[in-house]
Design a binder for this molecule. Structure first.
Ligand code: C2E
Ligand code: CA
Ligand code: CA
Ligand code: CA
Length: 278
């Protein structure tokens, strides 16, 4: 009996040791990563759904690891969450986004908005709004150009604290959007819990926007959002057919590989400034 139980354990131990070794190496390098500025912002543009002109961008982090190359969030975010360091990354990114917005302003660009992702841990902290304000101090860009994206699963816990934070943040003039709307547990009920400015329709829904049922669901969501004076964004748009369908149901802003992939910050800046001249 005992032997039987040990078999599967022995069987996968090799792979597990490999994995935990790898993770330990990564963990050891997190501190260094912050110190050496190895976390970098990539920017993925948002376009106006009707004109298809670039109107803003989302900041997505990348870890430029000295040995492993460019790592994606799916690799390092679970690790940072486990190590209780995700808030450190979120605040770091927010600061970088502020510098980015300020540099655009100095270059004469004062309408490009930038959104920044926040994990649940960060957004639900009692001192979140205050920390955001401290970071914003000293920057002069118009506050409404900054959008904080809360991921949808946020609504599951600490709703009262999140609500308080959203209200405080809105007093500072920044905007708040509910990310990944329609994925997992989101419901319309969440929309009345927090006074948010926008919702970002999840790729999982957008994938079906060209089917009759998909169109009907998204159309209803957009209608509700508009009734509540929210801006509706759609993520993960990959085809012309999806663009057309989203235009027909009056989505406001779209984003996806159909238009562009996330770009290194310097490349995004170059394109934004070039766009402005043409
Ligand atoms: P998200 O906020 O839902 O971001 C969208 C993800 O989908 C991004 O992946 C983006 O590159 C990808 N994407 C964009 N357009 C398309 C498309 O047309 N097709 C497909 N298949 N994918 C598309 P990425 O950059 O790997 O980021 C993954 C997630 O990591 C993000 O999901 C976001 O929740 C999280 N994340 C990124 N940076 C940060 C950060 O600084 N803090 C926190 N807390 N989360 C972050
Ligand atoms: Ca997002
Ligand atoms: Ca999203
Ligand atoms: Ca998503």
């Amino acid at each position: 009996q005992a032997e039987k139980e040990e078999v599967p354990y022995l069987f996968c131990s090799q792979a597990m040791i490999q994995k935990s070794l790898q993770e330990r190496q990564l963990q050891a390098s997190i501190d260094q990563a912050f110190a050496q500025k190895e976390f970098q912002l990539y920017i993925q543009f948002y376009v106006d759904a009707q004109t298809l002109k670039v109107v803003g961008g989302e900041a997505l982090s990348r870890w430029k690891h000295p040995q492993k190359g460019i790592l994606l969030p799916s690799v390092f975010i679970p690790l940072l969450e486990r190590e209780k360091m995700i808030s450190r990354l979120d605040y770091y990114c927010l600061k970088e986004v502020c510098f980015f917005l300020e540099s655009l302003l100095k270059a004469g660009v004062d309408t490009f908005f930038v959104s920044c992702n926040f994990s649940r841990e960060t957004f639900a902290a009692a001192d979140f709004a205050q920390k955001v304000q401290e970071i914003l101090n000293g920057f002069t860009f118009p506050r409404e150009l900054l959008i904080l994206e809360i991921t949808e699963s946020v609504s599951v816990r600490n709703a009262a604290q999140i609500r308080q934070n959203v209200i405080a943040l809105k007093k500072y003039g920044v905007r708040v959007a509910l990310d990944d709307f329609g994925e997992g547990f989101t419901s319309f009920y969440d929309l009345q819990k927090y006074p948010i400015d926008g919702i970002k329709l999840d790729k999982g829904l957008v994938d079906h926007v060209t089917t009759p049922i998909g169109t009907a669901i998204l159309k209803a969501m957009i209608q509700v959002g508009h009734e509540l004076n929210m801006t509706i964004l759609a993520e993960g748009v990959e085809t012309d057919a999806q663009v057309k369908a989203l235009q027909e149901i009056h989505c406001d802003v779209i984003q996806g590989f159909r238009f562009c992939h996330p770009l290194p910050q310097w490349e995004a800046t170059e394109q934004i400034i070039q766009n402005r001249r043409t």
